[in-house]
Design a protein around this ligand. Structure first.
Ligand SMILES: NC(=O)c1ccc[n+]([C@@H]2O[C@H](COP(=O)([O-])OP(=O)(O)OC[C@H]3O[C@@H](n4cnc5c(N)ncnc54)[C@H](OP(=O)(O)O)[C@@H]3O)[C@@H](O)[C@H]2O)c1
Length: 334
């Protein structure tokens, strides 16, 4: 099969499209014919080995895993192991490779390939009303949004939620999920994305090139910050007394420690006052996938695609995401 492979750490230039053997399917696994995958900042961290502190986990001199890249996927089941109960060949599924699933080997990646092996609980039946490309857009980004808004934030109807970075991969899901939970939603984005964010259901849109959401009179019960461009005190100023702030971002500008200094400051600041400043633990498959499938089939969430690239164009797709101005999701078709 054709797959994107690499060794060592580096830029997108080190990625190669090669012919490699199809993965072997274990008794609890599925072999999936990948129809589409999506690109996430996570792929960039694994490719570059940045921040350096992450190499304690990824591997010091190069990724410890199977040399593949890509976590999100949608496709058709090609073969199933003897113990697999929920799926049969031909089923359409979406989810994440095991490397993206908590509790599984981190580096067993590789949805940028024609076939991928996944365990049964890493995927769910694909939502019937969207394409493979849209389904592949969902897992990692929507898991993050779901964790902040539903699982850890427990957003309630009528509460005010602010999504900073509303036009990106996480943000476009977050706006829609917050609306589905009944919140009054404010999205922060630039001028060119104002109409898109409003069309996703945002009640209020702040154009960050013209307005500063930290100096207005509004207060928010929940802030999901996908950008990290303001200070903690500025975020706290616009939180309600019992409000909660989530940081999803990776602060790539700190090449050594990534987000850790910021997360430590958040933990320290959380000890004073009633506001909570929380680092995010993404929701898990398969429950989260099933919840997202239901939201999509009910029409409450529609995955938005910015650009679609062929498998051979993964390096271009990663360079595009790295620029930091993608509108919603970037997709690979295999
Ligand atoms: N995607 C995932 O699965 C995932 C999971 C966990 C954590 N994260 C982390 O969450 C963060 C966001 O991820 P993502 O996938 O949403 O990234 P992304 O899709 O690359 O985000 C790009 C978006 O951010 C917007 N943006 C840039 N500067 C902004 C600003 N100052 N204010 C408001 N919006 C701004 C851009 O809009 P403009 O072009 O208009 O500036 C663009 O639409 C990353 O740090 C990532 O590491 C992502």
């Amino acid at each position: 099969m054709k797959a994107i492979v690499y060794s060592g750490y580096g830029s997108a230039d080190i990625l190669r499209l090669e012919e490699i053997p199809e993965p072997q399917v274990g008794e609890d696994d599925l072999l999936v014919r990948v129809r589409a995958a999506s690109v996430n900042p996570y792929d960039w961290h694994l490719l570059t080995g940045l921040p350096y502190i992450g190499r304690m986990h990824f591997g010091w001199f190069g990724p410890k895993g199977n040399g593949g890249l890509g976590a999100d996927l949608a496709g058709e089941v090609e073969a199933v192991g003897a113990h697999v109960k929920r799926f049969r060949p031909g089923d359409a599924v979406f989810g994440m490779v095991d490397g993206g699933t908590p509790g599984k080997p981190l580096l067993d990646l590789g949805s940028f390939a024609e076939y991928v092996r996944v365990s049964e609980d890493s995927v769910a039946p694909k939502p019937a009303n969207v394409t493979f490309e849209q389904a592949a857009a969902v897992p990692a980004a929507a898991f993050t949004a779901l964790a902040a808004l539903r699982d850890q934030g427990r957003l309630e109807p009528g509460q005010a939620a602010l999504i900073n970075g509303a036009s990106g991969g996480v943000g476009t899901f977050a706006v829609q999920i917050a609306k589905a939970l009944g919140a009054d939603v404010t999205g922060v984005c630039s001028t060119r994305n104002v109409d898109m964010v409003r069309s996703l259901g945002a009640d209020h849109v702040v154009d960050y090139t013209r307005e500063d959401f930290t100096t207005g009179g509004e207060r928010y019960d929940l802030i999901l910050d996908n950008v990290g461009n303001r200070s903690l005190s500025e975020y706290r100023r616009v939180l309600t007394r019992q409000g909660v702030y989530f940081a999803s971002f990776g602060r790539p500008e700190n090449r050594w420690l990534g987000p850790f200094p910021y997360l430590l400051r958040m933990a320290a600041a959380s000890r004073f006052g009633s506001q909570r400043l929380v680092s995010l633990t993404p929701s898990r498959a398969p429950e989260a996938l099933t919840a997202l499938k239901e939201l999509i089939e009910a029409g409450a969430v529609t995955p938005v695609i910015d650009r679609t690239y062929a498998l051979a164009e993964v390096p271009e797709a990663i360079r595009y995401l790295e620029e930091g101005h993608a509108r919603a999701k970037v997709i690979i078709t295999a």
